[in-house]
Design a protein around this ligand. Structure first.
Ligand code: ATP
Ligand code: MG
Length: 653
């Protein structure tokens, strides 16, 4: 990518210093960077003391067999005890852990004491169903408190869970059950989505007819919607029938720090999902520390809300394990942001006095499209920190988020990390960093990341390349479940001794890191590397564009030609004039080389269930190929619509 285009990206001279009061009372100050730099392992050993260990670890990192890491290997602990029981023992049993808001408007608040009772009972129930330490349990649930209880109950008895997002099909569920060889599936009759009950149990029934799922002995079913379900006697058990009659006390057993905690499949943006394995002590240390540091959590007064689904890593690390290990009070919302109206999220912020909000750029762009007047109707003054995760956030959306949600007052922390990293890696700290719209900026204390070129040389400030992590970190994946070779090939083969994240990145003149999208998505146009993120960002900065996805399609003249798919803002007319206007706009922002060859207005973009744009499918369309793996796509009709539109609406010259 050219330096002039970076200069364009950075034409935003805006920097936002941390609010003085926040900086003065911040959980973590600039000194943490110094301390971690002087003694990285000592720094993490210190953070491990955030947890309560049954046996304190003496070892920090064992890297004798790279890239297979062991952290705190001689320590023992119980994750559920750390997330629940110890808070009750510390006198916080009456503190609300979860404010549950169902989509239909039903609510339920669970205190830490409630959570302790329910997790204990669920742990007994799993044991009664024959689940033993080490057995895998699949969880296929809506966003309800029992989902959190189920995960913690698994952790409590040392049974690794594999949470499968509730929007996935029976096939996707079957593949994941089979891959992890799960013994029990926890599900519900259904959940509420877009104003009506949406069934889950039938997908489990269907998945369990597929070959390779025979080892599933029991299906534990939560009653949520009350809809009819088919019942398999001897296999299916109602949650309320088995869990509610169990003893309310349960003694947690301490497990090795390297005991598996969960398997989680990546979202499938770049290809076939990978079953990422996370373990216990290092994972909990990093998610607890980062949640404390990056959100500056004050557990006595903050109300925290992460809008992710628990089926994604963000839900695991920053709905369940991070916040609960820190004794947070949080909101858990079942439904979609626009049910029954487009102000639902802001109504929830107002109702519970949410002070920390963590969401994704895709949701922010949807809210922008719906209009500023919607959040303006609600009192959002309780908010003090906003977070973003999941995709590069374009400066336009970042500034909108800060202004219209954060009242031009709150820091926005853009947190870069992956399912594989387990916890946050590159992000500003709200009490320390002067934030820059669109940049994730700096590695956290104790994290080593940089940008390298093809030959693994670190690039100078102002240049771009590949994002790599240069030292092991506590919450790193331990392997790909059942496939050590794929673990080595995917992450450790590209550069020696460095973890290859698969993302393109750039360092600006201050050395701050900008994420530029997947390496697979970077385009080669007439000898220039151009990132999809930059062109998308330029398109979205045009007032008539709400969202954009850009891909490089094979082109005989230029190697690749830039092909853009755009969603227009309400009211913008789709005509030849507009397409030309947008092409000229990109050329002006980034230079003529980045001018899209084709721009196609579309109604929707193909997204994964986690809300990320699936550029590889758009590339398939642009190159007239059969579509690749679509199992993690939200709505396959989107692709049909785009395909039928393609030849006629494309602008070529
Ligand atoms: P798959 O690995 O199956 O293709 P995926 O990479 O989308 O799926 P996740 O682990 O959920 O699965 O997503 C991690 C990726 O999301 C990162 O590698 C990066 O590309 C993107 N990402 C996450 N947070 C940010 C961020 N703050 N800025 C830029 N990109 C981000
Ligand atoms: Mg990935």
């Amino acid at each position: 990518m050219s330096n002039e285009s970076l200069a364009n990206l950075l034409r935003e001279e805006r920097r936002f210093a941390p609010p003085a009061e926040l900086a003065a009372n911040a959980n973590v100050t600039a000194e943490a960077y110094e301390r971690a730099k002087a003694d990285r392992l000592g720094f993490w050993a210190e953070q491990a003391h955030r947890l309560t260990w049954a046996t304190e670890p003496n070892e920090t990192l064992d890297w004798s067999n790279p890239p297979f890491a062991k952290w705190f290997a001689d320590g023992k602990l119980n994750v559920a005890y750390n997330c629940v029981d110890r808070h009750v023992e510390n006198g916080l049993g009456d503190r609300v852990a979860l404010h549950f808001e169902g989509e239909p408007g039903d609510t339920r608040s669970l205190t830490y004491a409630d959570l302790q009772r329910e997790v204990s009972q669920a742990a007994h129930a799993l044991t009664e169903l024959g689940v033993q330490t080490g057995d895998r349990v699949a969880i296929y649930m809506p966003m309800i408190p029992e989902t959190v209880v189920a995960m913690l109950a698994c952790a409590r008895i040392g049974a690794p869970h594999s949470v499968v997002f509730g929007g996935f099909s029976a096939d996707a569920l079957a593949t994941r059950i089979k891959d992890a060889d799960a013994r029990v599936v926890i599900t519900s009759d259904g959940g509420y989505r877009r104003g009506k009950p949406s069934a889950l149990k039938p997908a489990v029934d269907e998945a369990l007819t597929r070959p390779g799922t025979e080892d599933v002995r029991s299906v534990l079913v939560v009653r949520r919607t009350g809809q009819d379900v088919e019942w398999h006697e001897g296999r299916d058990v109602w949650w309320h029938e088995i869990v509610d009659r169990q003893p309310e006390q349960h003694t947690p057993e301490a497990f090795d720090a390297e005991h598996p905690l969960f398997i989680l499949y990546t979202s499938g943006t770049t290809g076939k999902p990978k079953g990422i394995l996370h373990t216990t002590g290092g994972y909990l240390t990093q998610v607890s520390y980062t949640h404390h540091a990056v959100f500056d959590l004050k557990p006595e007064s903050d109300v925290y809300w992460c809008t992710a689904d628990v089926g994604w890593v963000t839900g695991h690390s920053y709905i369940v394990y991070g916040p609960l290990s820190n004794g947070a009070t949080e909101v858990l919302y079942e439904g979609t942001p626009d049910t029954p109206h487009q102000g639902r999220w802001w109504e929830i912020v107002q109702k519970y006095g949410v002070s920390i909000l963590y969401t994704a750029p895709t949701a922010i762009r949807a809210c922008m499209k719906w209009g500023d007047d919607i959040p303006a109707k609600f009192d959002l003054s309780s908010l003090r920190i906003l977070g973003s995760v999941g995709e590069p956030i374009n400066p336009e959306a970042w500034v909108w988020y800060r202004k219209h949600i954060g009242g031009d007052r709150t820091p926005v922390v853009d947190t870069w990390w992956q399912t594989e990293t387990g916890g946050m890696m590159i992000t500003p700290l709200p009490g320390v960093t002067a934030t820059k719209p669109g940049s994730a900026q700096v590695p956290l204390p104790g994290i080593s990341a940089t940008v390298v070129d093809d030959e693994a040389n670190e690039v100078p400030d102002g240049a771009g390349g590949y994002l790599v992590l240069t030292e092991p970190w506590p919450s790193m994946l331990r392997t790909i479940w059942g496939d050590d070779q794929r673990y080595l090939d995917t992450y450790w083969a590209r550069f020696e001794n460095r973890y290859f994240a698969g993302d393109g990145a750039k360092k600006d003149d201050d050395g701050d890191i900008w994420l530029l999208g997947r390496v697979d998505d970077v385009m080669l146009v007439s000898g220039h590397n151009i990132s999809t993120t930059e062109v998308e960002s330029a398109l979205v900065s045009h007032p008539k564009v709400a969202e954009a996805a850009v891909v490089g399609a094979t082109d005989p003249q230029t190697t690749q030609a830039i092909c853009a798919f755009v969603i227009l803002r309400g009211g913008a007319a789709e005509d030849e004039g507009l397409v030309e206007e947008l092409r000229a706009h990109v050329a002006k922002q980034l230079g003529p080389i980045a001018k899209p060859k084709r721009i196609l207005p579309v109604a929707e973009l193909p997204k994964t269930r986690s809300g990320k744009i699936m550029r590889r499918l758009l590339r398939d369309v642009a190159e007239n190929r059969a579509l690749g793996d679509v199992t993690t796509l939200t709505d396959s009709s989107v692709m049909e619509l785009i395909q039928t539109k393609l030849p006629s609406a494309a602008s070529e010259d």
